[in-house]
Design a protein around this ligand. Structure first.
Ligand SMILES: NC(=O)c1ccc[n+]([C@@H]2O[C@H](COP(=O)([O-])OP(=O)(O)OC[C@H]3O[C@@H](n4cnc5c(N)ncnc54)[C@H](O)[C@@H]3O)[C@@H](O)[C@H]2O)c1
Length: 123
């Protein structure tokens, strides 16, 4: 991932999920500080347990739809907070819709409030 502007502090929504946890790890190896936001709907604390010792890593248990503000500068927002796969879509249909609609909007609002340079989303 090329990144050449702004704060090297990233917010990863869904950071305790399959993709999000690997992104957390990868960004730490790229010398980012990482804020992982997750409500553990389909993810697991075990996915990020091995990152908690790193002082550059912060985990926040929160629904992206309800996040107020993230203190401190954020240079990159990666929005991966959403149930995935047909099985989880069927188990959590409303949460899937909310993550992709109001959750995406909230992630963009957090990015704007932080003058974030780059935003990526999978939802
Ligand atoms: N896994 C894949 O191969 C793949 C491929 C392409 C796209 N995607 C997309 O990437 C995204 C993540 O996929 P994944 O496989 O990592 O899924 P996952 O279920 O492992 O991870 C999603 C994470 O988001 C969290 N989450 C869900 N709703 C939330 C909310 N409202 N607020 C905060 N956290 C919330 C879950 O607890 C979980 O930790 C999905 O949108 C999926 O459709 C996944």
């Amino acid at each position: 991932m090329s990144y050449a502007h702004g704060s090297r502090r990233a917010l990863i929504t869904g950071g305790a999920g399959f993709l999000g946890s690997h992104l957390c790890e990868r960004l730490l190896t790229m010398d980012f500080e990482v804020v992982c936001l997750d409500n553990f709907l389909t993810g697991s604390a075990a996915n990020i347990a091995y990152l908690l010792h790193d002082p550059r890593f912060q985990a926040i248990e929160c629904d992206i739809n309800e996040v107020a503000e993230i203190p401190g500068e954020i240079g990159l927002v990666l929005h991966f907070a959403s149930p995935a796969s047909p099985a989880d879509y069927l188990r959590f249909p409303i949460q899937t819709l909310q993550a992709g609609s109001s959750g995406t909007l909230r992630a963009l609002e957090v990015a704007r409030a932080n003058s974030t340079f780059a935003v990526f989303g999978a939802a």
